[in-house]
Design a protein around this ligand. Structure first.
Ligand SMILES: Nc1nc2c(ncn2[C@@H]2O[C@H](COP(=O)(O)OP(=O)(O)OP(=O)(O)O)[C@@H](O)[C@H]2O)c(=O)[nH]1
Ligand SMILES: [Mg+2]
Length: 328
């Protein structure tokens, strides 16, 4: 999988980044970072981390209705151990989360509140993680547009939650270069990446590998692949053979008995996104730490090669060489 590289940083994200810098300068007391509970660390934006260093942060593991409850608990423990941080699980089915979330925000910024010093809260997160849906629930009306697609919100919007609390909804933000390939894959699988920026079959294969490792029983049941007791055997199948089996099982066969793997890939992605495979979480804190360590090694090699190239050509660093391509 480390060969795969998924990148998506379209023009409106440059604008969003600049707008966030300005907003943070003008004064924000608490940052609410929405994470996808199925991929908490992979959906945490390193760009945001640098923009908001030192700000009290409420991490919300959203869409917990789709995530593995045991793993969500492990992630909450992990995040709640970090300084200036509170972490809570959440999903859109909770009818009135405002009191609970406001209490956490006020605890993180105890000196704010009241008419003289209203509490200013910036809500951010990757595309499609549920920021606008949460705001609409909090204010009990459709104050901001939502949708089952990455990139619905295009500009910042200020919404009054209480007489002394202002919420700022922001467009989904990714980062210019996703260095951890596993995270790029998980983000694409979750729907945080624009449809044109990745190959569905490639992402479905990577997703199947994660599901085979963590949830072979759920996979077997969903696609009628094997008796649950053979789930361990299923975990050892090559993912491409698994995708073929799914296509055959579903009858995705074209003329000349050719399997329609594209259709099977789309089915797997849709099933994951809608929760039809079951409640699954694609990474544990330990998984993510291992991916980061491997990435650090690759990045060091990359930097060393680059330095050697520059040394060989006796030129300075090439301007813009790290610019990620903008996918349309
Ligand atoms: N299952 C589930 N779906 C959710 C939840 N919250 C939001 N969604 C769905 O996720 C999709 C994206 O929601 P939005 O609120 O538009 O996401 P956003 O973060 O504002 O997205 P951008 O504006 O594109 O950055 C919608 O289809 C929502 O219905 C949740 O807790 N559980
Ligand atoms: Mg939005």
């Amino acid at each position: 999988m480390p060969g795969m590289s998924i990148q998506w940083f379209p023009g409106h994200m440059h604008t969003t980044r600049l707008a966030m810098v300005e907003r943070l300068k003008s004064g924000i007391d608490v940052v609410i970072e929405l994470l996808d509970a199925r991929l908490p660390a992979s959906s945490a934006n390193p760009l945001l981390a640098t923009l908001t260093t030192g700000k009290p942060t409420l991490k919300l593991l959203n869409k917990q209705d789709l995530a593995d409850a045991v793993r969500t608990e492990a992630w909450l423990v992990h995040y709640n151990a970090q300084p200036d941080t509170r972490a809570l699980g959440l999903d859109a089915s909770e009818p009135a989360p405002a009191a609970r979330l406001l209490q956490a925000c006020r605890a993180l910024a105890p000196l704010r509140g009241g008419m003289v010093k209203p509490l200013r809260v910036l809500i951010c997160g990757v595309p499609n993680v549920g920021k606008s849906t949460l705001i609409n629930t909090l204010v009990k009306r459709k104050a901001t547009k939502t949708g089952d697609e990455a990139g619905i919100t295009k500009t910042e919007q200020a919404i009054a939650l209480a007489s002394d609390v202002t919420l700022y909804d922001t467009p989904g933000l990714l980062w210019p270069r996703i260095t951890v390939p596993e995270s790029g894959l998980l983000l694409a699988a979750s729907g945080a990446v624009g449809r044109n920026a990745y190959d569905e079959q490639e992402v479905a294969l990577g997703l199947l590998e994660r599901l085979q490792a963590g949830y072979p029983g759920a996979l077997a049941a969903r696609y009628k692949l094997a008796a649950p007791e053979d789930a361990d055997a299923l975990a050892a199948w090559p993912a491409d053979q698994l995708l073929e089996r799914i296509a055959r099982q579903r009858g995705y066969v074209g003329s000349g008995a050719v399997l329609n793997l594209q259709k099977a890939a789309e089915a797997v992605l849709n099933d994951f996104r809608s929760g039809a495979i079951g409640r699954v979480t694609l990474e544990t804190p330990e998984d993510h730490a291992a991916w980061l360590a491997a990435t650090a090694v690759r990045e060091a090699e990359r930097a060393a090669k680059k330095a050697a190239r520059e040394q060989a050509s006796k030129k300075g660093p090439r301007k813009g060489s790290r610019q990620a391509p903008d996918a349309a």
